[in-house]
Design a protein around this ligand. Sequence first.
Ligand SMILES: [Zn+2]
Ligand SMILES: [Zn+2]
Length: 329
Amino acid sequence: MVSCERCSKEAKMLLPYGPHNFCEEHFLYFFENRVRRTTRKHGMVKAGEKIAVGVSGGKDSATTLYLLHKMFSRVNEIEAVMIDEGIPGYRDKALAEGKALCKELCIAFTVYSYKKELAVSMEEVKEKIDLNSGLGSTCSFCGVFRRHLLNKGAVDVGADRIATGHNLDDEVQSICMNFFDNDFSRMARLGAVVGSNGIKGLVPRIKPLYESPEKEVIAFAALKELPHYSDECCPFSSQAKRNYFREMLNKMEANLPGTKFSVLRSFEQLKPLLEKTAEHGKARYCERCGNATTTSTCTVCLKLDQLILEKKVAKKQKEKTLTCATTKY
Ligand SMILES: [Zn+2]
Ligand SMILES: [Zn+2]
């Protein structure tokens, strides 16, 4: 029997990167303490600030909401922002769990839906992509829309910061993907705190689970019995590329414990240099919708345009086929 390093009980959580061996109680203490240190080290939360938390209904955001509430609700107002992408049989189930957690913790929440805010659900986007693969991936639309609505939600509730559930694995996968893609300007925008660059209308984003491995977040949410939807895989996303990096990093972590933390530390050392060289677009506002952006038209409007154009192209093609059909006979 392996004993817990803090007491005489049997260790249930073996963390080879430490190495650390903990019983359930001391694992929970260790996990929580690390999140507290992460928030302090990166100056994520200041006394009196209002924090909006993006809640998806999954284990990451459930853990983020639970811990921010536990650590800061005495001096900080905390409110949840939920996004309904319009993915039937998936997000509706997850949001029900998110709402249950908010009710348990007595936290106010608002739901923003793609359909209501942007007039298009992800189910409709998926239909268009199925007709024309040239539009790109569902995730490229969903990511832009989600970031926009999370920010809008944070602005609407008057939040100073928006917390998301990104964990160590998510962050390290993104770092490696950008490195392998030679996309350093995108890499410069990663990190524990993503500032607003002084752009009014953009709320800085914080990632309290930035140093928490995914496996441990799963264990924490389960041991604490936090209401959450555990089928995390979105039915619309294949995420083939990210999955490839996830597998590679998990294999490396199993053989070389500590790899993920090591990649994160390397990135932290690189980040100041990346920021120096990265181009910072000037703060301006979208000509069409007024969103904070660095270009004349914001990415949300550009993505919505693609879908409208697609509609027009499809209509034209239909007309063309009809004309051809008539001339033929
Ligand atoms: Zn113990
Ligand atoms: Zn716009």
